[in-house]
Design a binder for this molecule. Structure first.
Ligand code: HEM
Length: 371
């Protein structure tokens, strides 16, 4: 057995329940990450182009996207915490080991996120003052994709117990990265390229806000349609790369369980629908919110499909190395589980109420003048 055998705490809820919650919250986390990456790319595009053409509507499009960046970051972080808790409970022996092995990088995520957050807050005010945001947005984007790479390294290192001993001997202080694993880059690129898909869908949705000028709406709508379509093609190619770089035994095991090909098809079908809806919106003369919302829903479903497939890669790989997550000792604490589910439903109600309040509030002025 290559995994540390000391695991004194049994799983406090059925494994299937933990998995369902982990998959749904991780799909939400990925969606938020993609929204962040895509929004940053679109801010760069609209701001740079708008300033060079002295097009106030296009600069305003960058402002509309930039104003929402800090809020998106809160979702990235808060929706990252639940899957982190579930992954630790279910796969602690693997995940703790890999986290310690690259400990310095892993902890670096916290100051990096704080820096990125600070930069995100500064982008919109700079646009409002007519200043360039090229550098600040590029740095924020670099940090965000860098953090994504650290996550990809850890989530793949946890699947390779065969290299742990050697890595520990090389650097017991955790001052190292991960090398020699062909699956890391495709997995990282897969999530990052989803930025194009979600950023585009997000821009198409924002284009429907009635307080924006017709010009700003058109910039958001057209860029959103184009970016989603390009992103969908790139993300499908990245998905193929992810599958291709898996060892043959893992690929065979994935095919033999109907859940995973099904999840792959869900990813593919939903991403095609998302792209078609975004292009339809982008080519139209006005913005239709129901189409944009349906596009985002399709984007979420495609992410959910990818997340289930990704979970299959983890379970199959670990099983082939002697770790069967379904065999974890379970001692369910039902009063806590029921309380958790109750609070979860209450939270959904509060979220709905917050959205209603937002909908009724007086819209802010979002038209920027170009100096
Ligand atoms: C800018 C910030 C972030 C980015 C760009 C990002 C990106 C990513 C990416 C690319 C992955 C997939 C790695 C792979 O499987 O190859 C991932 C997984 C994950 N992220 Fe994030 N992440 C960010 C912040 C966070 C934060 C703050 C948390 C938690 C507090 C978090 C929790 C997780 C968890 C738990 C997983 C994997 C879950 C699982 O395998 O079950 N992330 N993230």
């Amino acid at each position: 057995m290559q995994f540390p055998s000391v695991d004194p705490i049994p799983v406090p809820a059925p494994v299937w329940l933990m998995k369902v919650l982990s998959l749904v919250t991780l799909a939400l986390h990925f969606s938020a990450v993609m929204l962040l990456v895509g929004s940053l790319l679109l801010v760069l595009y609209h701001n740079t182009r708008g300033r060079s053409r002295r097009d106030a509507d296009q600069v305003s499009a960058s402002f509309v996207l930039a104003r929402r960046l800090p809020v998106i970051m809160t979702y990235v972080i808060n929706l990252g915490i639940p899957p982190l808790l579930f992954a630790q409970v279910l796969y602690g022996r693997a995940l703790y080991t890999s986290s310690i092995l690259i400990g310095v990088l892993w902890f670096a995520v916290i100051p990096l996120l704080m820096l990125a957050y600070w930069l995100l807050y500064r982008i919109a005010p700079r646009i409002e003052k007519g200043q360039s945001v090229l550098l600040i947005t590029l740095v924020a984007l670099g940090i965000v994709v860098g953090v994504g790479h650290i996550y990809a390294m850890n989530m793949t290192l946890m699947l390779r117990p065969e290299v742990w001993q050697e890595m520990y001997a090389r650097s017991p202080y955790g001052l190292q990265g991960v090398s020699g694993d062909p699956t890391v880059t495709p997995r990282w690129l897969f999530v990052m390229s989803g930025g194009l898909v979600f950023g585009g869908l997000w821009a198409a949705l924002l284009a429907g806000m009635p307080h924006l000028s017709a010009g700003t709406q058109a910039h958001l709508r057209r860029s959103g349609g184009g970016m989603t379509a390009i992103g969908a093609v790139i993300q499908v190619l990245c998905a193929l790369m992810v599958v291709q770089t898996q060892p043959v035994a893992v690929r065979q095991a994935l095919v033999s369980n109907a859940l995973y090909p099904g999840a792959g098809l869900l990813f593919l079908g939903a991403i095609v629908i998302a792209a078609v809806l975004a292009v339809w919106q982008g080519m139209g003369t006005h913005s239709r919110v129901p189409i944009a919302v349906s596009g985002l829903a399709a984007g979420f479903l495609s992410t959910l499909g990818a997340v289930v497939y990704r979970d299959g890669i983890r379970d199959v790989t670990l099983l082939q190395r002697g770790f069967d997550v379904w065999q974890r000792t379970e001692v369910s604490n039902w009063s806590v589980i029921v309380l958790f589910l109750l609070l979860f439903v209450i939270m959904l109600g509060v979220l709905y109420w917050l959205l209603r309040v937002m909908q009724r509030a007086t819209p802010p002025g979002e038209q920027v003048v170009v100096p």
